[in-house]
Write a protein that binds this ligand. Structure first.
Ligand code: GAR
Length: 226
């Protein structure tokens, strides 16, 4: 039985697209029951509609308080039958009302190696800081921003010739691989959370599998198809 998920977006939706593609290829056992955008006209809405996925725009400026906004979002995902939530470039902070409704059932992707460079401009901030290695993080969402338990991280080199844009693009390409993988693990019920520690059921990763022989390091390692 595919896991019914709602995907929340604010923009282009390239991560949404990567997840749609892996669902369609059969690599993720999930069904997207709703794509909700905080921004009217977000391109991700067009991507979803093109695949026959129901869409909604729920814009915070239409609500008097964050709590009312949270309730509207919660009503929408609940009515759609979602049992897990995937934040894919969703540039709003979810309040306690929403987060508490889906304990350890909300994933987020962040374009930096958390806890470094949390916030709205993770990729840009990492580049401006002059890091030599950057990357991306998929984590469970808790009530603090960019803070919940880490599911998977992937590292990429920051090159001397990089601009903020080229580094962000290198990170984004890796987001498109690790996020679908994380959603697949969630849908398969394989993510075990114990405090801040997330472990992957049924995985026994030898150290050699994560040693950085190549330019990229991903831990846990991706499985075939991602
Ligand atoms: C992605 O890089 C994602 O990591 C980032 O926004 C971009 C959305 O791209 N999210 C955040 O910064 C959240 N704090 P997309 O709309 O093409 O998937």
């Amino acid at each position: 039985m595919p896991l019914p998920i709602a995907v929340l977006i604010s923009g282009s939706g390239s991560n949404l697209q990567a997840i749609i593609d892996r669902i369609e290829s059969g690599a993720i056992e999930a069904k997207i029951v709703l794509v909700a955008s905080s921004a009217p006209g977000a391109f991700g809405l067009t991507r979803a509609a093109g695949r026959g996925i129901p869409t909604r725009t729920i814009a915070p400026e239409h609500f008097c308080s964050r709590d009312e906004y949270d309730q509207a979002l919660l009503d929408a995902v609940t009515a759609a039958g979602a049992r897990a939530i995937v934040l894919a470039g969703f540039m709003r902070i979810l309040g306690p009302r929403f987060v508490r409704a889906f304990p350890q059932r909300i994933l987020n992707i962040h374009p930096a190696l958390l806890p470094s460079f949390a916030g709205t401009h993770g990729a840009r901030d990492a580049a401006a800081y002059g890091v030599k290695i950057s990357g991306c993080t998929v984590h469970f969402v808790d009530e603090e921003m960019d803070h919940g338990p880490v599911v998977v991280q992937a590292a990429v080199p920051a090159l001397d010739a990089d601009t903020a844009e080229t580094l962000a693009a290198r990170v984004l390409a890796l987001e498109h691989r690790i996020y679908p993988q994380a959603v697949a693990w969630l849908a398969a019920g394989r993510l075990c959370v114990n405090g801040r520690k997330v472990t992957l059921a049924g995985a026994d990763t030898p150290l050699a599998a994560v040693e950085p022989g190549a330019a990229y390091l991903v831990n846990p390692p991706l499985e075939q198809g991602f």
